[in-house]
Design a protein around this ligand. Structure first.
Ligand code: HEC
Ligand SMILES: [Cu+2]
Length: 318
């Protein structure tokens, strides 16, 4: 007999919000004893005075619960994931690797390494769908969403757009090319483009951001070194964590949040820079963490909204 839905919701919510330890940042699998203790408390008779405890106990040990926990746990991107940027655009998928390689309607990935996708859209809502990997995540204009998967078998897999996005929606298709790690490295070495951070640096110069944001603090705008992940004080006293969404907003809508102590003189770059360009600028700003070293782009640093933005459950391939 299926448990009634309010109970399911209460238990699910308690696990998600009540046992954060069970889903420690970066963990690929939940802390089982912690989850089990939580469920034990929730299903104890004292908690549910008069409630059908037998039913709850039954459900606690059920397959659904195990699946629910697996799904919740699978939202976390495993550490050491390879990152890829994805931009949906009527009617194609543009992907870019951290080494700089770009692809259109194709994505090459190696076997055995988790792949984290950070995606957005340049126009309407699209949905990045790889049925074979059970990956389906909306690419939404104006925000970043994430998904991850780990391929286990070489081959070619279908990529679709699963959100009707206009007349040529059905042509918005592509393929995921899963390669042996050695072959993938060879493929990756074949590209000549710069990394997103390097491309971002070029944009930073060509868009003249550098005239106001100077490393020597002599510019009219704040220094951006060390900004990523930091808490920023705004005019009016509010604070905000400088994550990817904040930096994106700073570039496209600078007056939305003005940094305390500065004049709102930054012009908007809306229409002057593509979504890919914005991602590259973010990658560049993120690379300014430790002077002199270019860190890999990982828009997942502590407290970053991107991480919570909507990772889709992505179990490994069968
Ligand atoms: C005309 C000068 C000027 C230019 C050009 C300019 N900015 Fe700014 N920027 C500012 C000022 C002033 C602020 C602080 C006030 C505010 O938040 O609007 C700022 C704020 C920011 C912030 C938030 C900084 C913080 O400490 O929270 C980011 C990120 C940023 N700019 C990025 C850029 C990028 C990327 C470009 C180029 C595409 C750019 N800016 C071009 C003047 C400029
Ligand atoms: Cu689409």
């Amino acid at each position: 007999m299926a448990p009634s839905s309010p109970i399911v919701v209460i238990i699910a919510a308690s696990i998600v919000f009540g046992a954060p330890r069970a889903f420690a940042a970066g963990a690929t699998s939940p802390d089982w004893p912690c989850v089990q203790r939580k469920i034990a408390t929730l299903t104890s008779a004292q908690m549910w005075d008069g409630a059908p405890v037998d039913q709850l106990t039954q459900w606690r040990d059920s397959e659904e619960m195990t699946k629910l926990i697996a799904v919740l746990a699978s939202r976390r991107v495993p550490p050491g994931a390879m990152e890829v940027y994805v931009v949906g655009k009527r009617w194609m998928w543009k992907t870019q690797h951290m080494t700089g390689q770009r692809e259109i309607n194709e994505l090459h990935v190696p076997i055995g390494i988790p792949v984290k996708l950070t995606m957005t859209s340049e126009d309407v809502i699209h949905s990045f769908f790889i049925p074979a990997f059970r990956v389906k995540q909306d690419a939404v204009p104006g925000r970043y969403t994430t998904a991850w998967f780990e391929a286990t078998k070489a081959g070619e897999y279908h990529l679709f757009c699963a959100e009707y996005c206009g007349t040529k929606h059905s042509q918005m298709i592509g393929s995921i090319k899963v390669m042996e790690p050695g072959a993938f490295q060879t493929w990756l070495a074949g590209g000549t483009a710069g990394s997103p951070a390097q491309e971002g640096e070029k944009l930073f110069q060509s868009l003249a951001c550098i005239t106001c944001h100077r490393a020597d603090s002599q510019g009219r705008g704040p220094r951006l070194e060390g900004l990523f992940g930091k808490t920023v004080r705004l005019t009016g006293g509010a604070t905000v964590v400088a994550d990817a969404d904040y930096i994106r907003e700073s570039i496209l809508n600078p007056t939305a949040k003005v940094v305390d102590g500065y004049q709102p003189i930054m012009p908007t770059f809306q229409g002057l820079v593509s979504e890919e360009g914005v991602m590259q600028l973010i990658a560049y700003i993120q690379s300014l963490q430790q002077p002199g070293t270019e860190t890999t782009v990982a828009p997942v640093a502590g407290g970053n909204k991107i991480q919570e933005g909507g990772a889709s459950p992505a179990p490994r391939t069968p």
